[in-house]
Design a protein around this ligand. Structure first.
Ligand SMILES: *Cc1c(COP(=O)(O)O)cnc(C)c1O
Length: 362
């Protein structure tokens, strides 16, 4: 069978190194994974309990409409139910949106060092990705995004905040972007996977503008602050027209029943969410303090991770850190061979990571 060069050119996504694999390879008993921006505090006990109770219904198909969960999202985010749809992680929703709104030969627009899933899903759909360059703050200037746009670009993906840089767009910038695209035949996707971790006071969620812009899609995930990355659940908030199209194309049972139950409980568990935020903010401040002390350059982050500059090739440093039982994320695939992304862990994990970095970087 012949397949296209687009498909042959795809490489499997490289996730953060799994804990068990690292233990085996390096002969370690304890390993700290600060590589995938997961919630450090573990699964919420309330979610665990709900999952145990839901197991009894596993012989049934899940609710294809995710009714209970949709009601909860509608209530929590104050969005009508016909403006919400769910996916097997936001990754599936990225894939769906590209498949629905792009034809072969169309393009999508995003910035360099944006989430790699946009490019991979586009390429799988025979859609080219155009990247806008970043400035020194590792952020694509809004003017540069608007200048780069042309009518063949059918979707622009704006991760806000961005992974792996931690940068964000302010309220003024979000409004500038939405205003520009309001007159264009182009969808604007704001990927807000890290919205719950933002501390910048001039940030605004694009969800505030759903009433005003029909071509706006806001993506959220349950993989980060809500702590159920393993169950795979993301959702989109968009116009009723866009949601209708997504619901036509998605697989009817794309969200499994355990994910639906867990997500509903996770959205209600405000104590757990607060703890996740606090541990993240304290952890980031701890990283900044120590990077300052060691004169390591870093970019302050609105996510639950921080990018820092090793001052030399990061590959061997990642390897040395692995030997010390600390898994971090190299970002050479984003065009930054000298940088490392470090996720916030529990306080003791953060301390171990900083000690290891200090040892390895001298
Ligand atoms: C982690 C992350 C997501 C979440 O992806 P899921 O498929 O929902 O786990 C989405 N966007 C960005 C930028 C991320 O870093």
């Amino acid at each position: 069978m012949q397949v296209s060069d687009d498909i042959l050119g795809l490489k499997p996504y490289i996730p953060g190194k799994p804990i068990e694999e690292t233990k085996r390879e390096y002969g370690l008993n304890t390993v700290y994974k600060l590589a995938s921006n997961e919630n450090a505090i573990g699964v919420s006990p309330k979610v665990k309990q709900a999952l145990i109770e839901a197991i009894d219904d596993l012989h049934r198909y899940p609710d294809a409409s995710c009714y209970e969960l949709k009601s909860k999202v509608s209530e929590v985010f104050n969005i009508p139910m016909n403006q919400i749809s769910f996916g097997n992680g936001s990754n599936e929703l990225i894939d769906l949106v590209i498949r629905i709104f792009c034809e072969k030969g169309d393009k999508i627009l995003t910035s360099h060092a944006a989430f790699v899933a946009y490019r991979i899903c586009a390429q799988a759909a025979r859609v080219q990705t155009v990247f806008v360059d970043l400035d020194e703050d590792l952020k694509a200037a809004v003017e540069d995004i608007l200048d780069a746009w042309s009518p063949e670009h059918k979707i622009v993906f704006i991760p806000n905040p961005n992974n792996p840089t931690g940068s964000y767009y302010s309220k003024d910038e979000v409004e500038q972007i939405l205003h520009f695209f309001s007159e264009k035949d182009c969808l604007v996707v704001f990927d807000e996977a890290y919205v719950e971790f933002v501390r910048a006071v001039d940030y605004v969620s694009a969800a505030e503008y759903l009433n005003k812009y029909n071509n706006l899609i806001v993506m959220r995930t349950m993989s980060k602050v809500y702590g159920i990355a393993g169950l795979r659940l993301g959702f989109v908030l968009a116009s009723a027209e866009t949601i209708d199209l997504i619901d036509r194309v998605r697989n009817p049972f794309n969200v499994n029943s355990l994910a639906q139950v867990a997500a509903k409980v996770a959205l209600e568990d405000t104590d757990y969410i607060k703890r996740g935020q606090e541990i993240t903010w304290n952890g980031l401040d701890y990283f900044y303090e120590n990077f300052d002390r060691m004169a390591i350059k870093y970019w302050s982050s609105q996510g639950n991770f921080v990018l820092f500059d090793c001052g030399k090739e990061a590959g061997p440093i990642v390897e040395e850190l692995l030997k010390l039982g600390v898994i971090v994320r190299p970002v050479a695939n984003y065009g930054y061979p000298n940088y490392i992304r470090l996720s916030v862990g529990l306080p003791e994990e953060n301390e171990i990571a900083i000690k290891a970095i200090e040892k390895v970087l001298g």
